[in-house]
Design a protein around this ligand. Structure first.
Ligand SMILES: CC(C)(COP(=O)(O)OP(=O)(O)OC[C@H]1O[C@@H](n2cnc3c(N)ncnc32)[C@H](O)[C@@H]1OP(=O)(O)O)[C@@H](O)C(=O)NCCC(=O)NCCS
Length: 207
C-alpha cells in the first residue's frame, strides 16, 4: 500500500546560514544594499546575457535596498528564498544563490546562482553550489533540487559538469536570450539519495 504523501513544509527556524571554506551564505540584510549594488553594477556585462535582470535593475543603491526588501518579503511569505554570498574574510558581497520555484508537493526547489565579475573563475560558484545543495537536502529537507541554464552558458554548464550533476533534459531552442538569439533550455537535477552530505558531492553509483 502507498504510504500517505506529505508535502514539503519549510523548516522552522529557517536554515538561512551556511559557511564554506571561502564564503558565508546568508539572507540579504537592509545594510547590504550598497554591497549588492556594487556586486551587480560594477560589472553588469559579466552577468549578461544570462541574467537579463542585470541589464536594468540595481540602477541605484536605493533600488538594491528595495530589491532586498522584496527578497525579505518573499522569504517571509514562503514564496522564494534568495541568499547573498559574502567573502568570509573581507565581507565583500560576491554573488547570490538560494531556493526558488518551490514545488512543495514534490518536495522540490530550484537552485540558482551568480558570481560578480571580479570574482569569477575562482571556483566560488562550485563551492557555493556544493554547500547550498548540502544545506538543501540536509537542513531544508528537499527531496529533489533542480537547476537550469541556457545551452550557451558555458560558465554555468561548467559548474554543473564539475560537480557532476546529471543533465535531465533539453528544451531545444526554447529560450530567447537578448544578444544571443534562441538557445536551448537545459534541465539538471539531483535527488536527495544521490547526494553525499559529508563529501558535498554526487555519490559514486554502486552496482
Ligand atoms: C556561471 C557562474 C555563476 C560561474 O561562477 P564561477 O564562480 O566563475 O564558477 P567556477 O569558478 O566555480 O567555475 C567552475 C567551472 O566552470 C567552468 N567555467 C566557469 N566559467 C566559465 C566560462 N566563463 N567559460 C567557460 N567555462 C567556465 C570551468 O570549467 C570552471 O572550472 P575551472 O575554472 O577549474 O576550469 C558565473 O560565471 C556567473 O555568475 N555568470 C553570469 C550569471 C550566470 O550565468 N548565472 C547562472 C545562470 S544559469
Amino acid at each position: 500500500m502507498q504510504t500517505p504523501h506529505t508535502p514539503w513544509i519549510r523548516p522552522e527556524p529557517l536554515p538561512g546560514f551556511v559557511e564554506t571554506e571561502h564564503l558565508v551564505l546568508r539572507w540579504w540584510q537592509p545594510e547590504d544594499a550598497a554591497a549588492l549594488h556594487a556586486a551587480v553594477a560594477s560589472d553588469r556585462a559579466a552577468l549578461l546575457p544570462w541574467l537579463p535582470w542585470a541589464a536594468t535593475t540595481h540602477a541605484t543603491i536605493e533600488d538594491s535596498a528595495a530589491t532586498i526588501a522584496f527578497f525579505t518579503e518573499k522569504r517571509d511569505l514562503g514564496e522564494d528564498y534568495t541568499m547573498g554570498a559574502f567573502d568570509r574574510t573581507t565581507g565583500e558581497a560576491v554573488g547570490g544563490t538560494g531556493f526558488h520555484r518551490l514545488v512543495p508537493e514534490a518536495e522540490e526547489a530550484e537552485c540558482g546562482y551568480w558570481i560578480r565579475g571580479s570574482r569569477q573563475r575562482e571556483g566560488l560558484c562550485t563551492e557555493m553550489t556544493r554547500a547550498i545543495l548540502t544545506a538543501g537536502f540536509r537542513d531544508w529537507g528537499f527531496r529533489r533540487i533542480h537547476l537550469t541554464c541556457a545551452g550557451g552558458n558555458m560558465g554555468s554548464r561548467g559548474v554543473l559538469a564539475k560537480i557532476g550533476i546529471p543533465q535531465e533534459g533539453c528544451d531545444r531552442q526554447a529560450r530567447w536570450i537578448e544578444g544571443v538569439g534562441y538557445d536551448d533550455h537545459l534541465h539538471y537535477g539531483v535527488l536527495a539519495h544521490e547526494w553525499d552530505l559529508d563529501a558535498q558531492a554526487m555519490r559514486v553509483p554502486t552496482e
